[in-house]
Design a protein around this ligand. Structure first.
Ligand code: NI
Length: 164
């Protein structure tokens, strides 16, 4: 396994639409392993292939109960909403407010290329939506309802408001 270079906001690759995956290959297996290692090393809860420069529809997620590998993910159902701070490894140190569904059901292929469904609420639901957006070239900043701020400043500002 190897740590890959995480592409940042200004990189055009983050704005492209990713291609469907048709088969598991040694190259794809290595990509998935590397994405997991890269995500953990960066203390992230999710990473999408375009963030390491690969335009393929695969994401990895671990909010503490994973990891989940989602190949060709399709969101089937959403319910409710949650509004809160969101960040991205491609915009290090930044946070903004984004509203996401509070419940998501997604269908995807796993590492074994077998179809499965994953349901998530709260942070997992947010991560699924965020990572699936990456596969279509969408960044959370496109959906931000607050200025994109330094993370520390963001939480000082918005937690202070919540406490009032
Ligand atoms: Ni991201």
């Amino acid at each position: 396994m190897a740590i890959r270079n995480i592409r940042t906001e200004e990189d055009e690759v983050l704005r492209k639409r990713c291609r469907e995956i048709t088969e598991m290959t040694p190259k794809l297996a290595t990509l998935i392993d590397d994405m997991l290692e890269t995500m953990y090393e960066a203390n992230g809860v999710g990473l999408a292939a375009p963030q390491v420069g690969i335009l393929k529809r695969v994401v990895v997620i671990d909010v503490g109960d994973g990891p989940y590998i989602l190949i060709n993910p399709v969101i089937l159902e959403t319910d409710g909403s949650q509004t809160g701070g969101e960040g991205c490894l491609s915009l290090p140190g930044k946070t903004a407010t984004v509203t996401r569904p509070n419940y998501v059901k997604v269908r995807a292929l796993g590492r074994d290329m077998k179809e499965y469904e994953l349901e998530g609420t709260e942070l997992l639901a947010r991560a699924i939506c965020h990572e699936c957006d990456h596969l279509d070239g969408v960044l959370y900043t496109d959906k931000a309802e607050s200025p994109v701020m330094d993370t520390e400043e963001y939480y000082e500002t918005y937690q202070a408001q919540d406490e009032e």
